[in-house]
Design a protein around this ligand. Structure first.
Ligand SMILES: [Fe+2]
Ligand SMILES: [Fe+2]
Length: 207
């Protein structure tokens, strides 16, 4: 894996992160199921909030269906490993990102779409790191993450393009820059957790 920053992100997760979570596959898979379900719900909710542009609606609908397919694939993996679909308390990542969203419409909706784009981009970046980290020990999981990455690579662009239909492009450019920087700062300050969206392992801080 190169250290290049994934498109849409202001900061690259160091490979030490993947090493630090690789021993926590059961928690990662449970989180993955919950994240896919949330991603499908988020896309569906945006269908009711963005203007009725057929192209945007088609893209959001396809995205929601893809997330549900990911959810079902993750459920199968949990079942194959005898892992229950339990509850899991959410980490601070998503809430911290949402705290930077503008208060008033339409900027608020534009920001929420940009936050969704950033979450998609970060998920994709980290699943790719996990696929690389697990390729010698967990070939089934590596193939699973690589399949998901192929779909997730497109998702951040869908949200970014729809945001540009809501808010003027110069405003989107400014908000995009700020929200990406905010996301990078959040990930470098929240605690490490055995999760896709956790902070860094201790030794990585300050590096
Ligand atoms: Fe997904
Ligand atoms: Fe996605």
């Amino acid at each position: 894996m190169t250290a290049a920053t994934f498109p849409g992100l202001a900061w690259a997760t160091p490979p030490t992160w993947a090493r630090s979570v690789a021993a926590h596959v059961p928690e990662l898979l449970l989180e993955q199921a919950l994240l896919e379900k949330k991603a499908a719900a988020a896309a569906t909710t945006f269908l009711f909030r963005v203007p009725a542009d057929p192209e945007a609606h088609r893209a959001l609908s396809a995205l929601a269906r893809e997330e549900l397919v990911h959810f079902e694939r993750t459920l199968r993996l949990l079942q194959q490993r005898g892992l229950p679909l339990a509850t899991q308390s959410p980490g601070p990542y998503a809430e911290r990102l949402k705290s930077a969203v503008a208060a008033d419409m339409p900027l608020r909706l534009g920001d929420e779409l940009l936050v969704a784009a950033i979450i998609e981009a970060r998920s994709c970046e980290r699943m790719r790191l996990l696929a690389d980290e697990l390729q010698d020990t967990e070939p089934t999981l590596t193939a699973f993450y690589r399949d998901l990455v192929a779909a997730e690579e497109r998702h951040h662009e869908v949200y970014l393009e729809i945001a540009m239909t809501i808010v003027p492009s110069t405003v989107v450019a400014d908000r995009w820059q700020r929200l990406r920087q905010h996301e990078a700062a959040v990930l470098q300050s929240i605690p490490w957790l055995p999760r896709l969206h956790g902070g860094l392992p201790e030794a990585s801080h300050g590096g």
